[in-house]
Design a protein around this ligand. Structure first.
Ligand code: PRP
Length: 186
């Protein structure tokens, strides 16, 4: 695996900015759901893991966590929500729970849209989306997003949960890939 520094174009969101925004989101969620004892955060694997674990430590009200995994058919193919497949489903009943879906990034919107459609059929008390990053310019399907960490431009980003060739999810910041440098070293 190449050293990411060979193709890191810029740091789009540094660690301190990420963490302070996550703290704000945690406070907002804690306020919005105060007094409820059936809050459930559902993390969409794998990219949302770092965000979930930091966010939950900033939420000051009782809550549970669960995980789901979703994959899309084909290479870079999310043209219709029909191409999204649930590969790991919940094994808890979400009926009457207040559910927040926790994502690292929303791009076309197909993934989160498919998960929202599925979970709505299970009759939660409420259902909303919290995403760390939102690439709104890329949206192909309209999805309601209640909590957004950062709206970002259409750049190839990695780090803090997002991978590049399956690696570097552990980086504490969001970086941008310099495609020319990345491709020249491939
Ligand atoms: C990424 C991200 C979202 C999805 C967003 O997951 O975590 O789930 O893509 O894209 P969309 O809005 O166009 O559907 P990815 O498939 O890369 O899997 P990963 O989280 O395991 O890296």
């Amino acid at each position: 695996m190449r050293d990411y520094r060979e193709y890191l174009g810029e740091i789009l969101v540094p660690e301190d900015k990420l963490q302070s925004r996550i703290a704000e989101l945690g406070s907002e969620i804690s306020r919005d759901f105060a007094g409820l004892d059936n809050l459930l955060l559902i993390c969409i694997l794998r990219g949302g893991v770092l965000f979930l674990t930091d966010l939950m430590r900033k939420i000051t009200i009782p809550h549970a966590i669960e995980f789901m995994a979703v994959s899309s058919y084909g290479v870079g193919n999310r043209e219709t929500s029909g191409h999204v497949r649930i590969t790991l489903d919940l094994n808890v009943d979400i009926r009457d729970k207040h559910v927040i879906l926790v994502e690292d990034i929303i791009d076309s919107g197909h993934t989160i849209s498919a998960v929202l459609d599925l979970l709505t059929t299970r009759k939660p008390a409420s259902l909303c989306v919290c995403t760390l990053l939102d690439k709104a310019d890329r949206r192909e399907v309209n999805v309601p997003v209640k909590y957004t960490g950062f709206s970002i431009p259409n750049k190839f980003v990695f780090g803090y949960g997002l991978d590049i060739d399956d690696y570097y999810r552990n980086l504490p910041f969001i970086g941008v890939v310099d495609l020319e440098k990345y491709q020249s070293g491939a």
